[in-house]
Write a protein that binds this ligand. Sequence first.
Ligand code: AMP
Length: 184
Amino acid sequence: MIAKAVEEMFSQRKGGYLIPAEIVANVSETNNLNHALLVLTKVKYAKIPVLDKEQRVTGLLSLAMITETMLGLNGIDPSRLNRMTVKEIMQTDFPKIQAPYDIEEILHLLVDQPFLTVVDQAGVFLGIITRREIMKEVNYFAHDLEKQYLIEPKAGYLEETKNTGTKVNLVVPTRRSSSAKVRR
Ligand code: AMP
């Protein structure tokens, strides 16, 4: 369980953390690798979602996966890119989050993933949640926490952790300040 105060602060952002599907670069699983290489090079993202014809997320594709496919025994062989499809090389083992998403699960998964794909009940792609968006929020909290909460050391706990002294207890939310310095 994450702290109630942290959960509450995460839930305050209007519109949530989702980057909507309409502005997320993607490739179709039936695209050939030549096309996928072009898309990845143009959008400059390391890895993007792969969709099927029903707009369900079926995989992830990175530039590294394509370059590895080009590597043959005699060096680089780009001719394979026209003959192979995204589906043949995409990563199929990746976490998918079903909306409505739970911030605790997101925080856990983003430790190991730069972004998470979010789908509806039918598996249709809704968008992604990126580490960057979550880090922006953490940065905001780090600056704004004391404007919203009175923070006091927890006496008994502090005794035990005297040397580090970093653990605190959050109590009583105060009114939110309108002059936040850090923008979300
Ligand atoms: P960020 O946390 O913004 O650096 O994003 C992490 C990763 O999410 C990027 O490296 C991409 O793989 C993916 N990503 C972020 N934004 C987009 C986007 N608009 N379209 C496709 N992939 C994206």
